[in-house]
Design a protein around this ligand. Sequence first.
Ligand code: PLP
Length: 445
Amino acid sequence: MPFPPSQAASAAPSTPAHRAEPVPPAHPVLASQDPELAALIGAEEALQADTLRMIPSENYVSAAVLEATGTVLTNKYSEGYPGRRYYEGQQNIDPIERLAVDRAKAVFGVDHANVQPYSGSPANLAVYLAFAEPGDTVMGMALPMGGHLTHGWGVSATGKWFRGVQYGVRRDTGRIDFDQVRELALAERPKLIFCGGTALPRTIDFAAFAEIARECGAVLVADIAHIAGLIAGGAHPSPVPHADVISTTTHKTLRGPRGAMLMSKQEHAKAIDKAVFPGLQGGPHNHTTAAIAVALHEASRPDFREYAHAVVGNAQALAAELGERGFELVSGGTDNHLILIDLTPKDVPGKVAAKALDRAGIVVNYNTVPYDPRKPFDPSGIRIGTPSLTSRGLSAAHMPVVAEWIDRAVAAARTEDEAALTKIRAEVADLMRAFPAPGLGAATS
Ligand SMILES: *Cc1c(COP(=O)(O)O)cnc(C)c1O
């Protein structure tokens, strides 16, 4: 389901490949003032148009979201919150932020929303500031198991300034081990428990986490950065009745600008607002706030529900096709937008496969798999996802060819067959030309 469908259709170039006249530059002022930078942006637009982008944390924002991010709102300072600012001239900024907050509350069904965090990592840091003291014990999923750095992992400030205890998934099922989570929580009594992560192909059982958090008196933080769009579209259960705090980025499945939000029950509203400003940040990025409001408006529409369900449908169709081609999928498949592949049986390291796929026009990332015997910078797996290709309108009917390309590219990585990768790249570009990307219009090279 292209999203929004009308826009994808109108953005379709009539004769993309064999244009007679030269195409005017997409950014004419930039092209004349700073041609070096304009050329790089143009090349990135062509790359995003011609490739199959399968990094599960990425997406294509709509032209409307893109427009909002490139406005004069970037010129304005507005430390504080609507009606309580430290700078004058907020006649337009206050209603913009109120609109974003009200839309967030409506889309997710929450009491309180703060739309000011600069990105997912600072949003999580604000949660620590609101509920914990340096040295306190916090609990989250281990990074190599699929958690996020900011959930108390050692190299992160959250693991250096707090005492992080970490849970994982079971070796036999690839799923969260709730017996281990409960045992660890009751033994360590963390102040905060984070659930959610970056490489979890299965539904998160927020109710099970909430029960454990209650038993040990912890604040439960649902970090829905990856799945916010699925939740907004009804394709993943909501954490709202269960979690004390919900943290999310706005730029992954939610299809907004790079940014973040913190949502909570009313009782935690003050603590969260104080932690974001003045606790951690200065002025909010108003152009981002406006674009978040636009994205939330899009996410409230019925076609976004179709989009969210199509993302999951495509991932499940792709998982089945990959399984048939002998790929080993962590946990055996997927419930959401992402698939984690252990390439050990294919005899190709994750990084070698990811780089070969990139040369074949399929952009993924190498990733650790649970209990990975290899090092994080050279792990056994790759992580792929369907949010971006679904935004372009690819459907389950396309997943057999996508699986075949991945299969051929991984085989070519093993045999170092550069010609095979070049051939796949041309086939990919050929298909993608028929599915113009939202926001890119006629940028296709
Ligand atoms: C992406 C992500 C973040 C961090 O977001 P940034 O905007 O990259 O800082 C935090 N938590 C989870 C679970 C994520 O997937």
